[in-house]
Design a protein around this ligand. Structure first.
Ligand SMILES: Nc1ncnc2c1ncn2[C@@H]1O[C@H](COP(=O)(O)OP(=O)(O)OP(=O)(O)O)[C@@H](O)[C@H]1O
Ligand SMILES: [Mg+2]
Length: 163
């Protein structure tokens, strides 16, 4: 784990050799989440964002399917009486679609939000607590997890305790 320039927000990176490792990181992140947490998931097509979301959902106890929201834009899950919204904004043509779709009301402090392709709604999304970057590396992926708030920092400290 490393400290960023202002020495307050943390970041952490890990090599994920296979899909199982991505699911495991998701489960570790799940154990640190609380209502109101917002996570941006960055990475190119096929980088593993939905796989990581699946790991988070499994970690939260969801046993059903976790479909990619590529066509539906958002899938909603009920976990521990909390709503978890899993977004995929890839098909947005314009950032304004975020508000037009009413999605801003979903990230209301009571829910957990996972947002794939957040760059498609840059400037209008609520601020994230955690930001993940997934990058292909040989057969696996490199995951970089960055805290963007005090809440994100405490998630990251706890993720680090598990590894
Ligand atoms: N650490 C890993 N190493 C190798 N393959 C992985 C790893 N993590 C996930 N994968 C594989 O990558 C493929 C694509 O994953 P996924 O659908 O999660 O990508 P995505 O980032 O959500 O893509 P999109 O932007 O199209 O939604 C899947 O076949 C998955 O099994
Ligand atoms: Mg996806």
């Amino acid at each position: 784990m490393t400290h960023t320039a202002d020495d307050s927000l943390l970041s952490y990176s890990r090599f994920l050799p296979d899909e199982a490792a991505t699911l495991r990181l998701g489960a570790e992140i799940a154990a640190t989440l609380s209502s109101g947490t917002i996570i941006y998931l960055h990475g190119n097509l096929g980088a593993g964002k939905t796989t990581l979301s699946r790991g988070i959902l499994r970690g939260l106890g969801h046993t059903g399917k976790v479909k990619s929201p590529t066509y539906t834009l958002v899938e909603v899950y009920a976990v521990f009486k909390i709503h978890l919204y899993h977004f995929d904004l890839y098909r947005f043509n314009h950032a304004l679609e975020w508000e037009e779709s009413g999605f801003d009301e979903y990230c209301n402090g009571d829910s957990i939000c996972l947002i794939e392709w957040p760059e498609k709604a840059a400037g209008v999304l609520p601020a994230a607590d955690l930001q993940l970057h997934l990058t292909p590396d040989n057969e696996g992926r490199i995951a970089l997890v960055e805290a963007l708030s005090a809440r994100g920092n405490s998630c990251l400290k706890r993720i680090n305790e598990y590894s």
